[in-house]
Design a protein. Structure first.
Length: 142
């Protein structure tokens, strides 16, 4: 009955949406619906982590490669801050997850900064030198 989930996911989503709209509870693939809804929540967490990763990488690059600062970096910093603010506004219950996302964002952002600058890990601090408030503050540049 639910083999479309594995064979044609798009079709499965359309069918489940139709079943929900028609309140056809008996036809719903509840097990997979639970899995997919939980996955949607995780996706929101990953979005926040990803935005913080890019933002923190660019703040590190800005501070540790001052001779390479550019409008492009400034625009990326601004864009990520705006996207984070919008994401938190649209998903206010993510706010308690923000400290963990910030920690993970720095971890991954450090890797990205090393990769993009060709500087060694020793060049950068091992812990985030900025507070969460600074990172989200539109006027802050290190």
């Amino acid at each position: 009955m639910y083999d479309t989930y594995d064979k044609d996911f798009y079709r499965w989503t359309r069918e489940q949406s139709l079943f929900l709209g028609n309140r056809d509870w008996e036809s719903l693939d509840v097990e997979h619906l639970i899995e997919e809804i939980a996955s949607l929540g995780k996706q929101q967490e990953r979005e926040l982590e990803s935005r913080l990763r890019i933002l923190l990488a660019h703040l590190l690059k800005w501070q540790f490669q001052p001779d390479r600062q550019s409008n492009s970096w400034r625009a990326t910093i601004r864009e990520q801050r705006s996207a984070i603010a919008r994401h938190l506004q649209e998903n206010p219950s993510l706010k308690p997850y923000l400290p963990k996302a910030f920690t993970l964002g720095f971890e991954y952002g450090l890797d990205l900064a090393v990769r993009e600058t060709n500087l060694s890990y020793d060049t950068f601090p091992s812990e985030c030198p900025y507070s969460l408030e600074q990172v989200l503050d539109s006027s802050f540049l290190p």
